[in-house]
Design a binder for this molecule. Structure first.
Ligand SMILES: Nc1nc2c(ncn2[C@@H]2O[C@H](COP(=O)(O)OP(=O)(O)OP(=O)(O)O)[C@@H](O)[C@H]2O)c(=O)[nH]1
Ligand SMILES: [Mg+2]
Length: 410
């Protein structure tokens, strides 16, 4: 990629990312209570409180534009008077926010989460009104800075290097129309698309900007978008079968190396992410040599220990790579896409069934009066080293997710 393009890309990056707001800091203060009236035993009104309420269709950008000062102060409780012994309560303030918000204090402590329209969380309680028990003196409302942090809620999150074809895949799987182009970092903000199944089930898939090695050191887009996969149920790694090279000055990485590097970046961001079930989508199978490269990739995945020294030691993930399915596709020609859809659905259904079973066992034990079992420990490292696929073959990708899939221990 020429010099001119790079500058141009970064300009777009600046302009577009500058528009996208995925966290917002607000000052909130509950109203003070009203004064009590000692002479007549009167009680001041309570100060109003501040709530954040989820509403569909809102964005943090809209809140930012509507309230440029970003200060919210609730109403003060009325003083008790001879005419009105019980002072009126101050008015509450409701801040409407998008669904998918985590509300935290400035220090990062979670105050609450808003996962569905109408859910609300109290962020600043109003003060109490002066009354007999408080010597008729009111108290002030709570005042603090809070943060609204948007984390997308999707069933599946796409993780991959730039140019791997994540957006192309999303547009093939769903009605979403993400930007697609042959240069890295085309996608600058997350986008969600929905896969529709014949039985009307919908599965949401989040397309994220590409990750590159060194993202933890803020290279490329850095890790800032990875928070969006924290809440997805599963991960879908997308790799270009022909590998990746950012520029002539950076090393070429094969498909296997990109899988290792992506895993390493997830590990460095938050190791727990690696305990999510993951699928590996091998894209661009329409390109010449793809078939041969796929066989090589599968061999490397099966014999990971033999290929540990391909990358510098500090770039190799601590635990092995494990995928429920490896699915070769071509987002361009549609090869393998239907099979991938079935795989995604099957994997999510399996996960839901396992969770229901776990919940049922917990309830039964609770009803029997037994101490509920501690949460099961995370799967041992070896479990992540399992690769579930049958003899993967690009021409018959359905084999990868069929009932004849076998578990290969590596
Ligand atoms: N030959 C071939 N090209 C593909 C395929 N899928 C995507 N491409 C091309 O690869 C390039 C990158 O595709 P994108 O979908 O924008 O890739 P991305 O992973 O979203 O990239 P970023 O947004 O930069 O992270 C585009 O030129 C696509 O046309 C495929 O299956 N085969
Ligand atoms: Mg993209």
């Amino acid at each position: 990629m020429g010099r001119y393009n790079m500058v141009w890309t970064s300009r777009i990056c600046f302009r577009k990312y500058g528009n996208f707001v995925d966290n917002l800091r607000l000052y909130v203060r509950g109203g003070s209570g009203g004064m009590g009236l000692p002479r007549l035993g009167g009680q001041g009104g309570k100060g109003g409180s501040i709530w954040v309420t989820a509403k569909d269709g809102l964005t943090l950008k809209k809140i930012k534009d509507k309230y440029p000062h970003r200060r919210f102060v609730a109403g003060t409780g009325a003083n008790s008077s001879v005419r009105t012994l019980k002072g009126e309560n101050g008015e509450d303030v409701e801040i409407l926010a998008p669904v998918g918000i985590v509300v935290t204090t400035d220090e990062g402590a979670v105050i609450g989460e808003l996962n569905a329209e109408g859910e609300k969380v109290l962020v600043a309680k109003g003060g109490i009104g002066g009354a007999h028990y408080s010597g008729f003196l009111p108290s002030k409302g709570k005042a603090r800075q809070i943060r609204l942090d948007l984390k997308l809620i999707a069933d599946v999150g796409l993780v991959g290097f730039p140019n791997a074809g994540k957006s192309s895949l999303l547009s093939t799987l769903s009605h979403a129309k993400p930007q697609i182009a042959n240069y890295p970092f085309t996608t600058l903000r997350p986008e969600i698309g929905k896969i529709m199944y014949d039985d009307y089930r919908q599965v949401s898939v989040a397309d994220l900007p590409g990750l590159i090695e060194g993202a933890h050191m803020n290279k490329g887009m850095g890790h800032k978008f990875l928070k969006h996969v924290e809440r997805t149920k599963q991960l879908m790694f997308v790799v270009d079968i022909c590998g990746f090279q950012l520029s002539s000055k950076t090393p070429f990485r094969s498909a296997f190396e990109t899988v290792q590097l992506l895993t390493k970046e997830l590990e460095l961001y938050k190791e727990e992410l690696l305990s999510k079930p993951a699928l590996l989508v091998v894209n661009k199978m329409d390109l010449p040599e793809a078939e041969m490269l796929l066989q090589e990739l599968l061999d490397q995945l099966q014999n990971q220990d033999d290929y540990k020294s391909l990358l510098p030691e500090d770039l190799v993930p601590k635990s092995g790579l494990g995928f429920r399915h490896v699915v070769p596709i071509s987002a361009a020609t549609g090869l393998g896409v239907e099979e991938l859809k079935a795989c995604i659905r099957g994997s999510l259904d399996e996960q839901a069934a396992a969770q229901t079973e776990e919940e049922r066992t917990r309830r039964v034990q609770e009803l029997r009066g037994a101490r509920p079992p501690d949460r099961p420990p995370p799967p041992p490292e070896a479990a992540r080293v399992n690769l579930l696929f049958s003899d993967a073959n690009a021409r018959h990708p359905a084999h990868n997710c069929g009932s004849n899939a076998k578990l290969a221990h590596m």
